[in-house]
Ligand binder design. Structure first.
Ligand code: ZN
Length: 151
């Protein structure tokens, strides 16, 4: 256990030394490292370039599956809501991390904490304004179509 988390921390430290943010992740199946990732926001204009998401993406491409149930994520930092959500979608049930979102706030990286707080709020109280509009009559209903195609 400890060696995978240590590897994630090592990746995070190297990433900072290379101009990136302090986040590294290692995805493991039993005792085997399947994929790794670091935060790549300093390399690409892609807000989804987080360590855990990149590790998930690489594993899914490598294994040709969306299902990562039974895999364990080792992340240097507590996953943000986006990465946590990706883990839910992928079926990952175990995450080990050693630095919390509160530690990230201390380091001046407060976005994850802010989003976790936002998600606790009711929709109208969130800072992103989401407006539901009716489906136009002349358009096909995508969810009805899905239901028809997948009875
Ligand atoms: Zn993330």
């Amino acid at each position: 256990m400890k060696k995978f988390l240590n590897r994630a921390v090592e990746l995070a430290v190297d990433n900072v030394k290379n101009g990136g943010q302090p986040f590294g992740a290692v995805l493991v199946k039993e005792t085997l490292v399947i994929s790794e990732g670091v935060n790549e926001l300093h390399k690409k204009y892609d807000v989804s370039g987080h360590a855990e998401l990149l590790a998930i993406r690489r594993a899914q491409e490598k294994l040709q599956t969306n299902d990562l149930s039974g895999y364990t994520m080792f992340a240097s930092g507590e996953p943000c809501p986006m990465c946590l959500t990706a883990m839910y979608f992928a079926g990952i049930e175990n995450v080990y991390y050693c630095q919390s979102v509160e530690d990230a706030v201390e380091a001046g990286l407060g976005k994850s904490n802010f989003i976790y707080e936002e998600l606790k709020k009711e929709r109208p109280e969130r800072s992103i304004i989401m407006t539901k509009l009716p489906l136009e009559q002349n358009l096909e209903n995508p969810m009805q179509l899905w239901k028809t195609v997948n009875p």
